[in-house]
Write a protein that binds this ligand. Structure first.
Ligand SMILES: CC(C)(COP(=O)(O)OP(=O)(O)OC[C@H]1O[C@@H](n2cnc3c(N)ncnc32)[C@H](O)[C@@H]1OP(=O)(O)O)[C@@H](O)C(=O)NCCC(=O)NCCS
Length: 300
């Protein structure tokens, strides 16, 4: 019996006073689970497609999980490891299976996985109403992010930006690490390798000033990460404008609420705040020292 099966059994006995509750088992997510994961996510209103879970699995093949209750699949969670920093996302349980420990089991399983990879700090984005839930596992609130969403206008960038090619992934990752304080080469590489995804960067004599990634999923584009030197706000604006002038359909951008100028720009370009999330960390984390937007709510 695995530790997690044992844990579920003990919890079931403690809660119900009997051995009757079925056993939970966490398994690695496979291609045949994507449809289930999408259906579950979209019942919650997350507007996801199979390509989202495919992307998560390419990044961290061993770190994406499905929770089974007997023969039924009832939950999912994904994780990704960037050296010392790990990230948790997509934690979801079927509505009629909630409040029996399934979510906590998945969360603990993903945390154990990340710790096993040597991760010291784990991050996640929490809904406002779930911060106390995550606090039980030791997560502490960091800063609030606005989820900005809408169909942007097509503005002209004022600074020249260039599309980054796959061969420059490692130099971009080193620039990213200097400001984000974790090494995300595999993420940048995955974006650059993916069809319908791209990265723009602005470079001057002094090196890279900033870059932005964009992943197109059907009719919507997830814009980020954006990492730009603090003193070059105009570059950050031009990078976003360059993305918007290329894409069709709607865009999502995840912006720290303290980035007031960025939020103003996005609002001017037609995006609105849909909802807020709180970034939380388990372990010590040095915040990024740059103008920043997140890559996604699943991967920080
Ligand atoms: C969050 C979620 C994964 C928890 O799964 P679960 O199987 O119910 O989790 P557990 O049984 O281990 O823990 C339940 C605890 O979660 C917390 N919780 C769950 N839903 C909550 C809500 N809407 N508001 C506040 N707390 C909530 C409570 O602390 C609850 O404990 P209680 O039953 O003693 O009140 C599940 O509610 C879910 O899928 N929600 C929709 C998707 C989602 O919001 N995911 C999190 C993204 S940040």
């Amino acid at each position: 019996m695995t530790v997690h099966k044992f844990y579920a059994l003990v919890k079931a006995v403690c809660e119900n006073g009997s051995w009757e509750r079925s056993l939970f088992e966490v398994k690695r997510m496979g291609v045949s689970d994507y449809a289930f994961a999408v259906e579950l996510a979209n019942r919650i209103g997350w507007n996801m497609v199979e390509a989202d879970f495919e992307f998560a699995s390419i990044l961290e093949p061993e770190g994406c999980f499905v929770l089974h209750d007997g023969s039924k699949r009832i939950g999912v969670a994904t994780s990704v490891c960037y050296g010392n920093l790990g990230w948790l996302g997509n934690l979801a349980v079927e509505e009629n299976s909630r409040r029996h420990g399934a979510g906590s089991l998945l969360l603990r399983h993903a945390l154990d996985y990340l710790r096993g990879k040597g991760v010291q700090t784990v991050g996640l984005f929490s809904y406002m109403w779930l911060t106390r839930y995550y606090a039980q596992f030791g997560f502490e609130a960091d800063v609030e992010f606005a989820v900005m969403h809408g169909k942007p206008s097509k503005p002209k960038p004022s600074v020249k930006v260039n599309q980054v090619s796959l061969e420059h992934a490692s130099s971009l990752a080193r620039f990213d690490e200097a400001f984000y304080h974790a090494y995300r080469q595999k993420l940048l590489q995955a974006i650059l390798s993916r069809e319908n995804s791209f990265i723009y960067a602005c470079c001057k004599d002094e090196g890279i000033l900033g870059y932005v990634g964009a992943k197109v999923f059907g009719n919507s584009t997830e814009v980020g990460p954006l990492v730009c030197r603090l003193e070059h706000a105009n570059v950050a604006f031009s990078l976003l404008k360059a993305v918007f002038s290329r894409i069709t359909g709607e865009a999502f951008v995840y912006v720290p609420k303290k980035e007031v100028a960025l939020i103003k720009l996005l609002t001017r370009l037609g995006l609105r705040e849909s909802f807020s999330v709180v970034r939380m960390f388990l372990g010590t984390r040095v915040s990024e020292t740059c103008i920043y937007t997140a890559e996604s709510l699943e991967r920080g």
